[in-house]
Design a protein around this ligand. Structure first.
Ligand SMILES: [Zn+2]
Length: 247
């Protein structure tokens, strides 16, 4: 696909080089790690209907059935490695330009790339949780439905439809957005609350919004300052390189 116009890349790099960059990521950043967007053709939702498999009611009614989806998810996430986009964001955090990453993904790839301040809106597939006694443990490859010592079926610590976004994640992300001089939106259209609030909160606080997406979104032309059209895997490493040259 290639890089956007060098004028746009330079403009974005100048903003990023000033620091206090809050990042928001979505499914688009992990596609090149082999995790298809759940909504895309071949994605999970074409094989498992979200209503039937991914609501908290479905899990309460029949956790063993919903584990068919979780096994599939585990296979998908188990093989995935961070790509150049994740690594570029981690490098920008190490160099003190990025203050944190808010992600809608559950794949743990930001942490695997070396990012430290990662706020997970939808929880993490790397943990199992018990909805009855509250026990949380690291997930492990399982071939049978895992049970808690209390007897209940455990659930990956991810937010299913009908569940609340973790309040700590909400609070932390809004603080990050308010304190930001730049909000870097990567691989997400950010149309659904609470992700949608991040660029808008940041802009309200005076931040410039940079967007890296394959296609224009609802943010483009309204809140976005610089729109970089293309793949996060290609654009983010170059953006990081240019910003670090200036910083
Ligand atoms: Zn339990």
């Amino acid at each position: 696909m290639g890089l956007p116009d060098s004028f746009l890349m330079d403009r974005a790099a100048r903003i990023v080089s000033q620091g206090r960059v809050a990042v928001l990521t979505g499914a688009g950043i992990s596609v090149d790690s082999g995790i298809p967007d759940f909504r895309s053709p071949g994605g999970l939702w074409t094989r498992f209907s979200p209503e039937e498999y991914c609501t908290i009611e479905a899990f309460r009614d029949d956790p063993v059935k919903v584990w068919e989806l979780f096994f599939e998810l585990g296979r998908m996430l188990g093989d995935a490695k961070p790509n150049a986009g994740h690594l570029a964001l981690a490098r920008l955090e190490q160099q003190k330009l990025v203050t944190g990453v808010v992600t809608q993904n559950i794949d743990g790839l930001h942490q695997a790339a070396g990012s430290k301040n990662v706020i997970e809106f939808h929880g993490s597939g790397a943990r199992l949780a018990c909805m009855t006694c509250g026990r949380v443990e690291p997930s492990r490859p399982v071939s049978e439905v895992p049970r808690c010592p209390c007897g209940q079926v455990m659930k990956p610590d991810v937010v299913l439809f009908g569940e609340m976004i973790p309040p700590d994640a909400l609070r932390e992300s809004r603080r990050l957005a308010r304190d930001a001089a730049c909000c870097l939106v990567c691989g997400t259209s950010a149309q659904v609350y609470p992700a949608a609030a991040i660029p808008r909160d940041a802009q309200y606080g005076g931040a410039e919004i940079i967007e890296v997406n394959l296609k224009p979104t609802g943010l483009t032309g309204s809140v976005t300052t610089v729109f970089l059209e293309g793949s996060t895997t290609e654009i983010l490493p170059e953006l990081a390189r240019l910003a670090l040259e200036r910083a």
